[in-house]
Design a protein around this ligand. Sequence first.
Ligand SMILES: NC(=O)c1ccc[n+]([C@@H]2O[C@H](COP(=O)([O-])OP(=O)(O)OC[C@H]3O[C@@H](n4cnc5c(N)ncnc54)[C@H](OP(=O)(O)O)[C@@H]3O)[C@@H](O)[C@H]2O)c1
Length: 277
Amino acid sequence: MILVVGANGMLGHDMMALLGDRARGVDIADIDITSMESTERVLTTLRPSVVINCAACTNVDNCESDADTAMQVNGEGVGYLAMATRSIGARLVQVSTDYVFDGSKGTPYHEDDAPRPLNIYGESKLAGEMNAAFNPDHLIVRTQWLYGLHGKNFVETMLGLAKEKDTLAVVDDQIGSPTWTVDLARSIAALIESKCQGIYHAANSGFCSWNEFARSIFEEAGLSVTVTGMTTEQLNRPARRPLYSTLDCSKLEQDAGFRLQPWRDALRSYLSARAAH
Ligand SMILES: NC(=O)c1ccc[n+]([C@@H]2O[C@H](COP(=O)([O-])OP(=O)(O)OC[C@H]3O[C@@H](n4cnc5c(N)ncnc54)[C@H](OP(=O)(O)O)[C@@H]3O)[C@@H](O)[C@H]2O)c1
């Protein structure tokens, strides 16, 4: 049995839907990964063969003001999961982020590029990656710019704002790959199936700025909203963000035979799924 931790979150929901009756889901009401006792108890009771950890503190700006919680959930909690999975002979799959990188490389990041996080969230997720390695049978999947039906995300924010405004300023100097959680779930399943270990990058293919993504959302949704540009510096969020953090996903394709669809096709698929939901 595969255990999905953080099953009520945006990725967790789609992971559960994809795995069907092969999986069981738990979230904060059943397990608190910041407690070694809670984590050990749930894993020794359920005895899964694979644990996919989708639980995290994901509000990047809030992590700046509550670094302790970020480190406990994203860092130490993964260590408890690694120790508990190791003791029952299970594999640990840890979901991580492009924010472990500083975005200064200028070309897509490979799995073995040196991490250098710019913010607390990235630091805490990097600590989680290192702690995942307490279990030698671990898989770390770095992704970025997620959106899906079951969580707060950029697509929903834009569609919500379109009801109130006909002009929006959106950052045009951060480049990445918007990634649909359904496609990410499929890539994680392919990596598990192929028995891959170590670090892999998984994001929808191609890249754009948040500004281009916003314009694409309005075009695909048939909404006439004017999108103007602004810089990251002008937006002035609490957490620093990498400016260019696209992920090279060729290792995923080579080892698991899986390639995520282009981001714009994924956006279209998401909007269709959303309309049918
Ligand atoms: N969202 C993105 O753009 C993005 C980008 C790159 C990587 N990632 C990574 O992808 C993964 C999935 O992200 P997501 O956006 O799907 O997450 P999400 O929607 O925020 O879901 C996370 C889930 O974890 C639960 N949780 C929080 N603390 C917990 C604890 N101590 N014990 C057990 N469960 C706990 C949350 O419960 P509550 O809601 O009650 O707190 C929530 O149900 C995360 O590892 C994240 O770091 C996300």
